[in-house]
Design a binder for this molecule. Structure first.
Ligand SMILES: [Zn+2]
Length: 231
């Protein structure tokens, strides 16, 4: 069977009123990937999240997609997310094998290895959008708020410190993990700061953004609803 462009397949599936378990859904080929604008790539993620939240995730033939992509991949997006088991990008954005690149680290903070990976994903492999996605009630952010120091985790949590410092609160406010609202404000601030860090530290990605070939956006995944809010 010829490859069906994910964009059209997804649109058709969203348009159909009944969820259909046997719907064919295949991965991107190079032509389909390159035909997408960054905004259209972002829309695909938003539509996928809407399906996930509605309980209408596509019933894919994953082994078929695995075999179909064995000779090449043309993912349309890159997502940097937290390590958290409840915030897996492929699930949250309802994507299959070969659809998106994913980088994961507790607290979704960028580092040299991740930046190199994103440069590969965009400049070499053609992805159109990079999403830095935090999530509500993040354990890494909570740990940073509480000043947790354990092994290598200490250095990782230090990366979140600037976001904590950037969130101002009235005197007497509880700035520990016990304050869920404060934690979520740090989560959002950290996402915004990591987007800025990514653009500041990667000449390659910044160049693609300036050319209009790639978009970098922040997002927060709400664990209580499944919804991803783009910033
Ligand atoms: Zn987390």
């Amino acid at each position: 069977m010829n490859k069906v462009r994910t964009l059209f397949a997804a649109t058709a599936i969203v348009a159909s009123s009944a969820a259909c378990a046997s719907t064919s859904y295949e991965t991107f080929d190079q032509e389909a990937q390159q035909a997408l604008t960054p905004d259209q790539a972002l829309e695909l993620l938003q539509e996928g999240n809407a399906r996930f939240v509605a309980g209408e995730s596509i019933d894919r033939d994953l082994i078929d997609q695995q075999l179909d992509t064995a000779d090449g991949q043309f993912p349309f997006a890159v997502v940097l997310s937290c390590l958290d088991s409840r915030s897996a990008p492929e699930v949250v954005f309802d994507q299959g094998v070969g659809d998106i690149f994913v980088g994961r680290v507790a607290g979704n903070v960028v580092d040299t290895n991740l930046l190199g990976s994103f440069e590969f994903a965009t400049a070499a492999a053609g992805s159109k959008v990079i999403v830095v996605m935090g999530h509500t009630a993040c354990g890494a952010v909570k740990g940073a708020c509480d000043g947790v120091e354990v092994g290598n985790l200490t250095a990782l949590l230090d990366e979140i410190e600037p976001a904590i410092d950037a969130v101002s609160t009235p005197a007497g406010t509880d700035r520990s993990s016990a304050n869920a609202d404060f934690v979520n404000r740090v989560v959002e601030t950290n996402v915004r700061m990591q987007v800025n860090e990514l653009l500041r530290r990667s000449d390659v990605v910044r160049g693609l953004v300036e050319e209009g070939q790639v978009k970098v956006v922040g997002a927060v995944h709400d664990l209580a609803t499944g919804e991803v809010r783009f910033l």
